[in-house]
Design a protein around this ligand. Sequence first.
Ligand code: ATP
Length: 585
Amino acid sequence: MQFNFVSQKFNELDKTTKRLEMTAILKELFLEADEDLKMLVYLILGKVAPDFEGIEFGMGNKLIINALSSVSGKSEKEISGMFARTGDVGSVARDITAVKKQKSLASEELTVKYVFNSLRKLADTSGAGSVKEKESIYSDLILNGTPDDAMYITRVIAGKLRLGVSDATVLDALVEAFYEKTDKSSVETAYNFHPDLGYIAELLRDRKIDQIKKIGPEPLIPFKVMLAERLPDIDQILGKMSGEKAAFEFKYDGLRAGIHKLGDRVRIFSRGNEDTTSQFPDIVENLKKTFRAESVILDGEAVPYNPETGELYPFQMVSQRRGRKYDLDEMKETVPVVVFLFDILYLNGESLVSKPYLERRRTLESLFEENDSFKMARSVVSDDPGEIEKFFEDSIEHGCEGVVAKNVGPESVYRAGSRGWLWIKFKRDYQAELWDALDLVVVGAFHGHGRRKGTYGALLMASYNKEKDVFETVCKLGTGFTDEVLFSLPDKFSGLAQDRKPPNLECELEPDVWIYPEKVMEIVGAEITLSPVHTCAFSMVKEGSGLALRFPRFNGRWRDDKSPTDATTTNEVLEMYKNQSSKNK
Ligand code: ATP
């Protein structure tokens, strides 16, 4: 497939905000792709590998500008000026190549395969001399294609393709292209256990449906973690648990950790499937000593703590390990971490995900002796509200946020990537008026005035509408910022700011700056109200009205562990609204 065909389709994608149209365009591309399908799927997502491989191009705007200067003969200053005007290094590359005089030495046909392989080589090039090598691979690509090709290739390298196409839309288009039958759920399950769309795409294309149905947890491949619904009281929780007892567990406030061991190899993944192994050398080392099994996949929460007293510390202390090259001993001393384990998905070649919860838990318990690095999550199995209330209080005293109730019936499988009623969280905050913080996505910003001159005065925040695969606005956020955070906002969002509305956003307001949906912030508020200007759940409660969060305030927690599609959903906001209305009756 010629890459220019892809660029033309990207142009079409760029012009639409309708999910059905996007899906149709992608489907057409996928049906044409043939043996290029896997590469094409990655390129559409602006990548050359699944996220969990952590591959980066390592070529920022500065290097791109250098290369553009070399190929065009224009000065770097001139090109930086063009970039400053548009904020899009891709369109600068397009404009420059549109008037290019030179041709690359090795004039290759710009096929999807050639572009993909070159990009992969660019990403893999590191060490001494890599800057020149990267520039040369990049120049070759942009000089051999059309100006539009140059624009999209540049955007991919700069991490700014931003077609508004999510994994869910790609998955839908793949199913439509190769598997019209309605059983989409087995494809979704496969993706949740093996979140690599390139891999799933090839299986679908080759009609290997049986193989897709067999996909389960695999050691060293991250899985989409199981998530919990929420309810504001224990009676309601027990009511949801099919009349049976439920397991209630301490809800630890740390970082989710999916822990994989295969022979001597260990990998740890975050909630968002980022490889965090290097942040936990102590856990890696102790895992090998603690779990003798040949292969195992565990689910738990990593929490900073004091091994002497057992006291748990705020989760932020684990984040201190992010991106730092700690010496193991220093790390153990400065930020000791314990993992509270609550699930096991795989043991010695066998998937355990379809076993009921208590059976999985018993298997996990029998597998190891508790030590400084690994403990079982505290738990009680009960249907007695009094006992559960006491357990909840106990959890708060131990520095936890509340409890997670878990179904123990025969249906209590491990459901990857899904927020369902098999798990229900119950937090102390829920006793306050609005019973949970919302994780909202930044989609726009308004310039500040007076004391806030030079930074943003407010951010426009959105929920995620999962059914429509779009973001919908919920509030303008202007409080809860320290001065330091406030004045760092323009910098923080500079790579995401753009002058046109993101394609996957439904919005009635006109912020001064649009922000591509990527950053998630934790927001508390007073209540959910009807609003004529916000698009969240528009016309779902009342014709012509959306839902808005009143008195929103940033609580200081950036949810870097959440991708925008993990944000609070429109449906959750709707549930909160209904729950609050019934409470007030
Ligand atoms: P969510 O993960 O549900 O999207 P969130 O990231 O805002 O929401 P919380 O609402 O605080 O997190 O609660 C869910 C998280 O609690 C889980 O994702 C997990 O990381 C953590 N957790 C702590 N203890 C447990 C436990 N015993 N069982 C399951 N999850 C637990």
